[in-house]
Write a protein that binds this ligand. Sequence first.
Ligand code: ZN
Length: 468
Amino acid sequence: MRITALLLLTLLSINSSHAFNISDNFWNTDQAVFHVGISGSSPTGGTWNDAFKRSMAAWSNVSNFKFIAVDGYLDPCIARGAGEFGDGSTGVDFNATVCGTEFGESTLAVTLTAGQCQNQQCTGGFTITDADIVFNSGESWDVYSGPLKSASEFERVALHELGHALGLNHSTETAIMQAFVSDSDTLQSDDIAGVVSIYGTTEVAQEITISNIYGVTLQAPSNATISAGSSSNTQSGTLSSSDNQLDGKTLDLYQYTFKNDSSIDIQLNSQVFDPLLYLVRVSATQAAIPGSTFVDDDSGSGNNARISQPIQAGTYWLGVSSEDSSAQGDYEISIISNTSNPPSSFETFTSVYGVDVLINPNPNISGSLVSSDFKFNDKFLDLVQIEVTATSTVQIDLNSSDFDASLLLVDIVNDEVGALALQDDDGGDGSNSRIETTLSPGTYWLGVTSFSANETGSYDIAITLVLP
Ligand SMILES: [Zn+2]
């Protein structure tokens, strides 16, 4: 049985009601140049180019990602024929077809992206290096604000297509990124939450107090979401007497989310004190955090600290401290992460029932029932173990398009199957399974199996925290 992590729902996104939907494809850089040189003006005046550039600026204003407009025409259809993946340069124009393919009946515009796959099978999405936008010249177009009129409105469609260029899919909420054009003509909170979840916010390090855990101040750096295939970022700070105190030592805490399993190399350097580095994973089923997941004092050069190893996708708190209780002064953190085929850091064991159990997976898991799996009542079975550290109401969704999924939830007491055993076959969408229940602290197994005998295929599990 092999299970690998897919996408992560962080604590932060679980807390929101947003419905944005991000693809696996993102820009590795925090900027993209768009060549803008569409000829002509809208019927009510104003050039198409000005409207397009306003849409670019609207996205640039709400996240770390910047669209840079370059005046000059570039045909979006260069190298966009069958089997071609663009010319590496962004362009935009009206065209009668999508670079040779007919527009769908009600399609106003199409965004074509291309880039480098993150692994050989291209299952982890790709790093976008080219995005081209084609508006349907068979439509009548104008630029106006407010409710829709008979002519299609260019500027909000440009906003929508640029959202696709950023790596956003369609949202199910009222948003520019919903699948159909509407009376909304500006970015909605859902759109903004979507792009911020990929590229981070433009706001300066926003300080959040997590008083119910340590009573410490937690900083979410502007580049706190790390989603690219290979990325690096740095953060500098200062330990001072006004900082958080933990066990009599000053402590700065930063929150980072790694969207994929990664190989990481974090270095904490200081010229003025002997640094100590913590890296702690926080998860949806832990209201309290473990003491430390990784800790290092002197693995870097000199007295500096360094943690270099594979980690699971998830939200982590990175702590900067020192063995020396009076340590104060400047430090620098450098984080390098790489998501291309990191070695697995999941622990597994074979239970007394003879089936492999995967311990403490990510909130989102993808796996497959295969014919070599453990078989129970003629049905293949995968087991996943989760630890719950505080009473939590969770919704567990098991989805498969390959088989009629059936989900089990079992309480494990003293390494034996305990009293609570919930089972669901079709509580989710279609023939998918869903269990929503309140779990006391403890150890649980999730069992993935099928309704009918001998079924195989891939599945996804999503564990989300249900808020009161
Ligand atoms: Zn769309």
